[in-house]
Ligand binder design. Sequence first.
Ligand code: APR
Length: 177
Amino acid sequence: MTFAPGRMEIFEGDITALDVGVIVNAANEQLSPGGGVCGAIHDAAGPGLAAECAQIPGGCATGEARFTNGYNLKAPYVIHAVGPVWHGGEAGEDKLLAQCYRRALGLAVGNNLTTIAFPAISTGIFGFPADRAAQIAVSTVKQFLDGDDRLKRVIFCCFGEASLKAHQRAFTEFVDG
Ligand code: APR
């Protein structure tokens, strides 16, 4: 585990174990239980989460986010953010990834939450390169926090060392540097 000063932190481990106001799910447009972090969150939350997701009309478009309860998770709420599938980088992937971070942060603030944890959205099954995604994630969150003091703690939850290192490099570039 590593921590950076200020309101942004890097954590290495399983997001389902985090005791924060809300955790973010790297979801799909159908909001159905998938693999990766989505599968882990649904497994830990229990069937109530999938049942609530199934009631959300229209699911969730890429670049958007939706808010639900957290059921058996430690976190009382989940924000389901749908990142872009990587198509080589010329299909608007960067903007869509930044947008889903902003939407998730907006939903957290709109629901009066002060702590939020993100997985590295799109960098698993959706194939977004880890360093490029970490740069977008860290710079987008930093920009949001600079303009809004309501969120007190944003955790980048990294699963594995490669993701951890990518976020550490992004912190050096955008936060510490
Ligand atoms: N905690 C934190 N991070 C995790 C965990 C976990 N328990 N499990 C996996 N991860 C990490 C992956 O290592 C990766 O860095 O989350 C990141 C995102 O990977 P994916 O879960 O594959 O998400 P994504 O690339 O956005 O693909 C989304 O996968 O599971 C489906 O329903 C989901 O269709 C959607 C797609």
